[in-house]
Design a protein around this ligand. Structure first.
Ligand SMILES: [Zn+2]
Length: 376
């Protein structure tokens, strides 16, 4: 198999075509690509095949014309899976209040700030660059250091077939193989330039999301938390170029039949664009039952004003899990129209959030409450 694979890979890498699904309303903004498109029956989603090089410039043009994170899906060609049997996995009531309340004060703004400054200090975390590979490898080292005294925790690098940047996964193994997942993308992009090496600090998009995940991992590791289910945390590669990293991982989970109780997404957690709100719950392309559960967690543990909003397209990683029939939800930093205007540029720095990470702290608490209450 390995030999056959390398020939196929050799052939595919030279003329490697990546299938891309994009909404017709976006494609009409990029007429130079419309000749490549063919539609999937009556659906507004059209497909086109692009080479790796075309993919990067397509991502850049779509980001700059539509000012969107994600916005198209690369790699997958079949129709989304209809969601099924989801509500039996989500608890109806909150049974772990004393334990959750004991953990919430552990969330430290100083740790979040330090992490965001560190992760955004890489020149770029673009998926096709050495710097982008290093950032994820060093993130894995950080997660290993945080969990070194937790015998049931394991950190792995998930190597992808078609590009070098790995995704990073840490699991707190439980008594059962059922997984409860929190994830976010680790890569960054600068769409002001066609050069993948261009400065892309991505402090809010998405060092802030990975910072939230890292602080949750630190707190559970410090408590040597022993779960019933398996708690899984992921930093995905290659989100900015078509949601590619976790599309591959979610497809893998489905193919292996790994039971997943729910997936929570963190992508953009530290820009307080909506002054009247602590956070937003994205309502489209997610599992509404998981949103109802999050509402309970917010009401009981965060006591923050929140609202619903919709992206209107596949705006982040939660989509891949929904796409593959898993239950996912996406709490976000602000209303979509009030989101951070500096994402995907060299200006996405912590200074945009007044050099602090206070807006991200409640996301740590929400993640802790979600993990413990889902782990009933
Ligand atoms: Zn993002």
């Amino acid at each position: 198999m390995i030999f056959l694979l390398s020939i196929l890979h050799l052939f595919s890498t030279s003329v490697h075509a990546v299938p891309v699904n994009v909404h017709i309303s976006d494609l009409v903004q990029l007429p130079e690509y419309s000749t490549k498109a063919f539609s999937l029956s009556a659906s507004p989603i059209v497909e086109l095949d692009l080479s790796d090089e075309e993919l990067s410039s397509f991502a850049r043009k779509l980001h700059s014309t539509r000012n969107r994170c994600g916005g198209f899906v690369a790699g997958e060609t079949h129709a989304p899976v209809v969601q099924k049997n989801l509500n039996d996995q989500i608890p109806q009531s909150l049974l772990r209040q004393p334990e959750v309340l004991a953990l919430l004060p552990e969330a430290q703004e100083a740790n979040l700030k330090e992490f965001i400054l560190w992760f955004s200090s890489f020149k770029t975390r673009n998926y096709s660059t050495d710097s982008g590979v290093h950032a994820m490898v060093e993130l894995a080292d950080r997660w290993r250091a945080l969990t070194k005294n937790v015998p049931h925790a394991e950190v792995t690098l998930y190597q992808h077939a078609d590009w070098r940047q790995p995704s990073v996964i840490v699991k707190f193994k439980g008594e059962s193989a059922d997984e409860i997942i929190i994830g976010g993308h680790g890569d960054s992009i600068n769409t002001d330039s066609g050069d993948p090496e261009a400065h892309a600090p991505g402090a809010d998009d998405n060092a802030a999301g990975i910072g939230v995940i890292t602080e949750i991992v630190r707190i559970l590791a410090d408590k040597n938390y022993r779960p019933k289910s398996t708690l899984t945390f992921m930093a995905y590669a290659a989100e900015e170029v078509g949601l590619r990293g976790y599309m591959e991982i979610a497809a893998d989970y489905r193919a292996k039949g790994i039971p997943v109780k729910g997936v929570l997404q963190f992508d953009g957690t530290n820009y307080k664009g909506s002054q009247d709100l602590g956070l937003i719950l994205i309502e489209d392309l997610v599992d509404p039952r998981l949103n109802t559960f999050l509402e309970k967690l917010i009401g009981t543990y965060l006591k923050l004003p929140f609202a619903y909003d919709s992206c209107g397209y596949a705006c982040s990683d939660h989509y891949s899990w929904t796409y593959h029939g898993f239950s996912s939800a996406f709490p976000f930093e602000s209303r979509i129209k009030e989101e951070n205007p500096h994402i995907h540029t060299a200006r996405d720095l912590l200074s945009v959030s007044r050099d602090n990470a206070y807006h991200a702290v409640p996301f740590v608490r929400l993640g802790l409450a979600y993990m413990l209450e889902m782990d009933q």
